[in-house]
Ligand binder design. Structure first.
Ligand code: APR
Ligand code: PHB
Length: 393
């Protein structure tokens, strides 16, 4: 088969790849997306659910805001809970900004529908995906689709293929350093058919560990529990999950309503950053370049931020200005390191270290001290508000 040509070949149809392709289309630049999973699989993945105000604005500007506007739940703040007491941090009051609770799954659904309506080229279930000649100005992508070998000749290849993808791995080891941090805990997440028992998200530090109450709609709740990273979901009956949630989220005078659990899984946590998001004609966006623990809800928002910057840089390139593209990695990583710091801070403040559970309780007392400070200092609350609703650099 003779090669297809496209300005931008995008590997991965997660939120980062689908959004970049859509943003480029909006700027009049064609792209082709190659994804190794099926469309059904991509649509079924349940992930995080909080959009920063800037993310909402960007999606809306690109014409992706119709359902988000109706079904997204705008929240003015969050609750921080510890020592059996719940405290509210009001972002809107503090800095005039809000967040919107709207599942990543819904963002992907909107993107898939938009691309289908526009007739975009997205190859799902591609196998043997490989990238070539990335250090040249004529990179290419090869893959097998429907039993046929395909070649895409492109100006640029974008790795939107997540943490386990092939693109970051194709950068020579001599040109790449990986920074990472692991955590001695994981999140057990559930979806339940029950109206949320809260109007805004609750992040709770309890002596037994972290718990959180989020939501997906007025009828569906999303809840999380800190568990051991080696734990097996089979050890967690629905009854045990609700019991732990009741204990860790409980405060006097409040009831957590229970409902049928429709999904449950355990996800490990890590912090990870690649030292570069650019190599020759290759650019990385989203989880391919960095991962955060979910406590600050920054994974999807970081992917959107990368896409915002790369789409703008590629648009400038096709208007003969390469300055932004030359700075993409540096600019995106500078923002990402601030996000990393925030996600780590939120995570460390709200989780119990397993060693500390058994032995002395210094860490826990110190975490309570920190939460006391954050919930009582206007300065500290403002710092949280600025970062949670999205840094504008
Ligand atoms: N070839 C083609 N596609 C691939 C390959 C490959 N070799 N390897 C991975 N992919 C696909 C995956 O199947 C997936 O659909 O790339 C896509 C990557 O999507 P995500 O993992 O969702 O990553 P990203 O789009 O960067 O989204 C980041 O997802 O994990 C969450 O918290 C994270 O919210 C953040 C968001
Ligand atoms: C979610 O709703 O899934 C969610 C919300 C906030 C977080 C993480 C996950 O910090």
């Amino acid at each position: 088969m003779s090669p297809e040509t496209t300005p931008v070949a995008i590997i991965g149809a997660g939120p980062a790849g689908l959004l970049l392709s859509w943003a480029l289309r909006d700027a009049g630049i064609n792209s082709i997306v190659v994804e190794n999973r099926s469309q059904e699989y991509v649509l079924a993945r349940i992930r995080a659910g909080v959009l920063e105000q800037g993310s909402v604005e960007y999606l809306t500007r690109l014409g992706l805001g119709d359902r988000l506007k109706v079904e997204g739940m705008e929240h003015d703040g969050i609750y921080l809970q510890y020592g059996g007491e719940r405290h509210r941090v009001d972002f809107n009051d503090l800095i005039g900004r809000t967040v919107t609770v709207y599942g990543q799954q819904q963002v992907v659904k909107d993107l898939v529908a938009a691309h289908e309506g526009a007739g975009s080229t997205i190859y799902y279930e591609a196998t043997d995906v490989a990238v070539h000649d990335l250090e040249s100005a004529t990179p290419s992508v090869t893959f097998v689709y429907d039993g046929e070998q395909h070649t895409l000749a492109a100006d640029f290849v974008v790795g939107a293929d997540g943490f386990h993808g092939i693109c970051r791995a194709s950068i020579p080891a001599s040109a790449l350093t990986l920074f990472d941090r692991s955590y001695p805990f994981a999140w057990l997440g559930i979806l339940a058919d029950v109206a949320p028992s809260t109007d805004e998200l609750i992040y709770a530090l309890h002596e037994d560990g972290f718990a959180m109450h989020s939501m997906r709609s007025p009828e569906v709740s999303r809840l999380y529990l800190q568990v051991d990273p080696g734990d097996d979901i089979a050890n967690w009956s629905d009854e045990r999950i609700w019991q732990a949630l009741q204990t860790r989220l409980g405060v006097a005078g409040w009831t957590l309503a229970e409902g049928a659990i429709t999904d449950k899984s355990i996800t490990p946590m890590r912090s990870f950053v690649a030292s570069t998001l650019a190599h020759g004609s290759l650019f990385l966006v989203g989880d391919a370049g960095h991962i955060v623990p979910p406590t600050g809800a920054k994974g999807l928002n970081s992917a959107i931020s990368d896409v915002t910057q790369l789409a703008e840089a590629l648009t400038a390139h096709y208007k003969n200005d390469d300055a932004l593209l030359g700075r993409y990695s540096e600019t995106a990583l500078a923002r990402q390191w601030r996000v990393q710091q925030f996600s780590r801070w939120m995570t460390d403040m709200l989780h119990r270290s397993p060693g500390d559970l058994q032995s002395d309780r210094f860490d826990y007392r110190s975490q309570v001290g920190q939460l006391d400070y954050v919930t009582h200092s206007a300065f500290a609350q403002r710092m949280l508000a600025e970062q949670y609703t999205g840094l504008r650099l």
